[in-house]
Design a protein around this ligand. Structure first.
Ligand SMILES: [Zn+2]
Length: 261
C-alpha cells in the first residue's frame, strides 16, 4: 500500500514538474501573414483557439506593396491595439536602404531570408521560383549560398533568419547531401555571432533535425514560424516535433522585448 502511495506521489510530482516545463515554453509563431483567407479576425480567433501567440509580419521591400517608410507606418497604425506582435519581413537585399532605422525600430522585430538576391550577372533571383533558378554547379551554388547567408546575417539588422537552409526545387531532394556539416556550421556560427535566431519553419519543414541538433549544440537560438499563405496554418506541427525530438527548452528560444505601441 505504502509503495502505491509513494508511486502516486511521484507521479503527481512529475506531472507538476512537466506542467511547469510546458508552461514556461514560449508558444509563439513569429511568422504569420494576413494572406489569402487569413483575415485579422480569423487570426485573432486561431490564436485564441490554439493558445499560440502570433507575430504578424508585413512583407517590406522592392517589388512588394510596402516599399516606403510611410507605407510601413500606415500599416503599423492600422494594427494599433491588436493582440499581435508586429514584424517587418525584410525582402531582398535593398530593404536596408528603403526604410529608415527609426521606422524599422518601430516594429517589434525584423526578419529576413536568403531567398532573394542578385546574381553575378546582375539578374534578380528568387529561389522559390523555379524559372529564375539555374544550378549548373551544385557545390558552387551551395558555397555561394552559404557566403550570402553569412553576409546577410552579419550586415543586415535582423532578429531572425527565416526559411533557413531553403534549397530550390531542382536540388531540394539532395538537401542532406548538400548541407554538409561544414556548411551547416558556417551558417550556425554566423547566426550565433550576430545574435540572430534561426527559424524552424513549419511550411517548408526546415532546417533538418540534423541542423537543429548541431545549432543547439553551438548555442543558437530558435524561433518557430509558419510562413502561411492562407488560413491553413498547420499549428506548428513540424516545430513541435523538432522541439520534442531535439529536446528544445525555453532557454533555446528567442527572447524579445516587445515594444510599447
Ligand atoms: Zn514570410
Amino acid at each position: 500500500m505504502k509503495k502505491i502511495q509513494a508511486i502516486l506521489v511521484l507521479v503527481f510530482l512529475c506531472t507538476g514538474i512537466m506542467a511547469q516545463v510546458k508552461s514556461d515554453f514560449p508558444l509563439i509563431d513569429y511568422h504569420v501573414h494576413l494572406k489569402g483567407d487569413l483575415t485579422y479576425e480569423k487570426a485573432v480567433e486561431h490564436s485564441r483557439q490554439t493558445g499560440i501567440k502570433y507575430g504578424i509580419a508585413l512583407n517590406c521591400g522592392m517589388g512588394f506593396p510596402t516599399q516606403t517608410d510611410s507605407a510601413a507606418l500606415a500599416w503599423l497604425g492600422s494594427m494599433k491595439g491588436s493582440p499581435f506582435m508586429l514584424a517587418m519581413q525584410a525582402e531582398g537585399r535593398e530593404w536596408v536602404k528603403l526604410f529608415s532605422p527609426a521606422v524599422i525600430a518601430k516594429f517589434d522585430y525584423v526578419f529576413t531570408d536568403a531567398m532573394t538576391y542578385t546574381d553575378a550577372s546582375g539578374k534578380r533571383v528568387r529561389l522559390w521560383i523555379k524559372e529564375e533558378v539555374t544550378v549548373p554547379d551544385k557545390q558552387k551554388f551551395m558555397d555561394d549560398l552559404v557566403g550570402r547567408i553569412g553576409k546577410i546575417l552579419s550586415t543586415e539588422p535582423v532578429n531572425i533568419y527565416v526559411n533557413p537552409t531553403f534549397l530550390p526545387e531542382c536540388i531540394a531532394g539532395e538537401y542532406d547531401k548538400l548541407w554538409t556539416r561544414e556548411r551547416m556550421l558556417k551558417v550556425i556560427e554566423f547566426a550565433v555571432k550576430n545574435h540572430v535566431a534561426i527559424e524552424i519553419n513549419n511550411r517548408y519543414r526546415i532546417p533538418s533535425e540534423r541542423f537543429i541538433v548541431l545549432a543547439k549544440k553551438h548555442g543558437a537560438k530558435f524561433a518557430f514560424g509558419t510562413n502561411n499563405t492562407d488560413s491553413n496554418m498547420g499549428d506548428l506541427d513540424y516545430c513541435l516535433l523538432m522541439k520534442k525530438r531535439v529536446g528544445l527548452t525555453a532557454k533555446d528560444m528567442l527572447v524579445l522585448k516587445i515594444k510599447q505601441k
